[in-house]
Design a protein around this ligand. Structure first.
Ligand code: AMP
Ligand code: ZN
Length: 465
């Protein structure tokens, strides 16, 4: 098994991945709140999880991944009330849209997508365990977790929360809590028309508890990796640790992985700031899903990603370069005497870089160095047949992670663009009296079934019949 390193937020250092069951990584990621269409900042989350999943696979690990769907919380309940719909009817279209977007972004499906509303029993059981362990109290119609009784609260975020005391900054009455750090596990039903019967009265779960209940149900009481955006470190993940370890007495997570935000003009992309694009907005503007996938993938997850349309255009041209490279390799016919070998193969270096805390920039640099080197061998006509087929294999291996080579379902448009680009290039080659290159392009087009007609007005192309 390949050594695989990840940066663990808990220890603030890179550590070798050490799954509880050798060779099998179980990981959990906090998923969408399904009250609206997700924006592309949210999709950075799911693309990073996809990258992690594929890199683990490429390095020989079996993966079991869980991503939750938050389908009951303040936002979903308010949204449903405003729309005058039952909660499930309101959230369902957003869940469907989420899966459609995942497919369009070529995000591999996780093994489980549990919904909070489908796990009320598990949530009630977990709260019951915490109650038996003396870590909760009831106030009003709600059940709270008492932080003061859980040793080690704040270990992950390293925030000194001891100063946040009841009454210190906010009127305690408005919270019904003994201590402002305490958080709600079960919310007594008030005016909302959403609620489940429980030993604590009719109500619904607080937000944090669903992640503890569902992650442990599907992955066991100790997870290998738990991930989310940096915004979730405090209080969400801190609270998950308190709930899970408070119930089981076992370490909850071995490695905490957090990604930085996608930013727009220096600020986090978010619904509340209004500075967001949904994935669908970008498709409507004519951007391709693979370009969006590439931009979300190609900045290291621990760096902020500054989203601009220039960067999106650069991502689209990087994808196009890789596709051009593949077409050139497919259409290339080596001369009988061609003996040239690339100096360095890339797939192994690509894989190793990704096994080092998902170092995508290093991985992509080795791939693009390779593309440059092989392209110049093709230009010189000296790439051998065996190198040609090995190069295609190396590219396919890298694409097991990138997944951008297959056309975007707009094959014909891609093809037309590509043909026109080649025709233009041939025109320039002829002008520069580089007839060898011009002939090579004519041959490549012929292999694609495209015929050229040169006339005094210019060059026209058509499909051969
Ligand atoms: P939400 O739907 O708001 O519950 O968020 C779902 C996921 O998206 C969480 O893992 C968040 O950390 C993540 N997220 C939200 N906004 C951004 C952003 N601008 N950049 C990266 N991740 C984000
Ligand atoms: Zn969560």
């Amino acid at each position: 098994m390949q050594e695989f390193y990840l940066y663990n937020t808990l220890s603030r250092s890179k550590e070798p991945l050490d799954p509880l069951e050798p060779g099998h990584v179980r990981f959990y990621g906090c998923g969408p709140t399904v009250y609206d269409y997700a924006h592309i900042g949210n999709y950075r989350a799911y693309v990073v999880m996809d990258l992690l999943r594929r890199c683990l696979g490429l390095n020989g690990f079996k993966v079991t991944q869980v991503v939750n769907l938050t389908d009951v919380d303040d936002k979903t309940i308010n949204g449903a009330a405003n729309a005058g719909k039952p909660l499930a009817e309101y959230t369902e279209p957003y869940i469907e849209a989420f899966f459609e977007d995942l497919d369009a972004l070529r995000i591999e499906r996780a093994e489980h997508y549990p919904r909070a509303t489908g796990h009320i029993r598990e949530i009630i059981e977990l709260i019951g365990r915490l109650e038996r362990n003396g870590l909760t109290y009831r106030s009003g119609d709600s059940v709270y977790f008492r932080i003061a009784d859980f040793k080690g609260y704040g270990r992950l975020s390293r925030l000194d929360t001891s100063g946040i005391k009841a009454g210190a900054r906010v009127d305690v009455d408005s919270y019904d809590k003994e201590d402002l750090r305490d958080f709600v596990l079960w919310k007594g039903r008030k005016d909302e028309n959403v609620g489940w019967e429980s030993p604590f009265g009719c109500g619904r779960p607080g937000w944090h508890v669903e992640c503890s209940a569902m992650s442990m149900k599907y992955l066991g009481e100790t997870l290998d990796i738990h991930c989310g955006g940096v915004d979730l470190i405090f209080p969400h993940h801190e609270n998950e640790i308190a709930q899970s370890e408070g119930a089981t007495g076992k370490p909850f997570v071995r490695c905490w992985l957090h990604w930085e935000h996608l930013m727009v003009e220096g600020r986090k992309m978010s619904k509340s700031l209004g500075n967001y694009y949904t994935f669908r907005d970008l498709l409507e503007k004519g951007h391709k899903p693979t370009a969006i996938r590439y931009i979300l993938l190609s900045t290291h997850y621990r760096s902020q990603l500054n989203f601009t349309f220039d960067a999106l255009a650069a991502a689209a041209s990087a994808v196009e370069r890789l596709r051009d490279f593949k077409r050139r390799l497919e259409n290339y016919r080596p001369a009988a005497a061609a003996q040239g070998e690339p100096l360095t193969w890339c797939a192994d270096r690509f894989r190793q870089a990704l096994a080092d805390d998902l170092s995508i920039s290093t991985a992509l640099a080795s791939l693009f160095d390779f593309v440059r080197e092989v392209n110049s061998l093709i230009d010189a006509g000296s790439l051998s047949e065996s190198s040609r087929s090995r190069a295609l294999e190396e590219l396919a291996l890298c694409d097991r992670v990138l997944d951008v080579l297959a056309p975007d379902g707009r094959d014909e448009i891609d093809r037309v663009e590509y043909v026109e680009k080649l025709v233009e290039e041939r025109k320039r080659a002829r002008k520069a009296r580089d007839f060898a290159r011009a002939d090579e392009i004519r041959d490549e087009l012929a292999a694609m079934g495209i015929a050229l007609e040169d006339s005094p007005e210019g060059t026209h192309w058509k499909k051969k019949t």
